[in-house]
Write a protein that binds this ligand. Structure first.
Ligand SMILES: N[C@@H](CCC(=O)N[C@@H](CS)C(=O)NCC(=O)O)C(=O)O
Length: 206
């Protein structure tokens, strides 16, 4: 890649980790710029006008262009690599799991992790408290679906690692921090071990 790549991120965020993980798999150098979401550092006028009008990280900066949304950034980096299947159906199926991650998994599994491990149960607002049980149920449903899919497969799509695995791994392997007991879903635990053993893998804390 000719243009310099800069990741605007918060190191605690699984959405940001997805992009670092894809870059690590592909051997792409990434410069990192850190923001603390708990201090509102992605809501300043400088960030909103200069990096992402949506006030969120991650944002992948490619030269002087800015690409928010973790899935879009992963697709940008992995374009033309084996992390995106060539087969038309498999490619769409990979996107299916990435959309599932954003709609059914991340808003529940990642949000509970953020609230419980980083905000703290005692500091939650009333509306957040009211969301704990529905998000727990929806997170468990997402993990249950993943587990049943993985019972007969090594990876989500085409029996080899794709962006579906990398994006789903980011918040699944730390789901315990949100109070989800992964021992309930043995096929997920086995898949997490397979993803972590892939050449090029890096830990979230790397
Ligand atoms: N769909 C987005 C979600 C981005 C997102 O929710 N980012 C969070 C951190 S993981 C954030 O920036 N929160 C700070 C805020 O909303 O002020 C993606 O996948 O990149």
């Amino acid at each position: 890649m000719k243009e310099k790549l800069i990741l605007h991120e918060d190191p605690i965020s699984g959405n940001c980790y997805k992009i670092r993980l894809v870059a690590a798999h592909l051997g792409l150098p990434l410069e990192r710029r850190s923001y603390d979401v708990r201090k509102g550092e992605t809501r300043t006028s400088a960030f909103l006008t200069g990096v992402n009008a949506n006030g969120r990280i991650p944002v992948l900066q490619i030269g002087d262009r800015f690409l928010p949304e973790s899935s879009a950034a992963c697709v940008y980096l992995a374009d033309g690599s084996t992390l995106i299947p060539e087969d038309r159906f498999d490619r769409a199926d990979m996107l299916r799991w990435m959309f599932f991650e954003q709609y059914n998994h991340e808003p529940n599994v990642a949000t509970l992790r953020f609230w419980l491990a980083f905000v703290g149960a005692d500091n939650l607002s009333e509306p957040q408290r009211a969301q704990l049980a529905p998000k727990r149920a929806a997170g468990e449903a997402a993990l249950g679906l993943m587990d049943s899919h993985l019972r007969t497969r090594a990876f989500f799509v085409a029996d080899r690692p794709t962006l579906a695995d990398i994006t789903l791994y980011a918040y699944t392997h730390v789901a315990g921090e949100g109070g989800f007991d992964l021992a309930r879903w043995p096929a997920i635990e086995a898949w997490c071990a397979r993803v972590a053993a892939l050449p090029g893998h890096i830990a979230m804390t790397a």
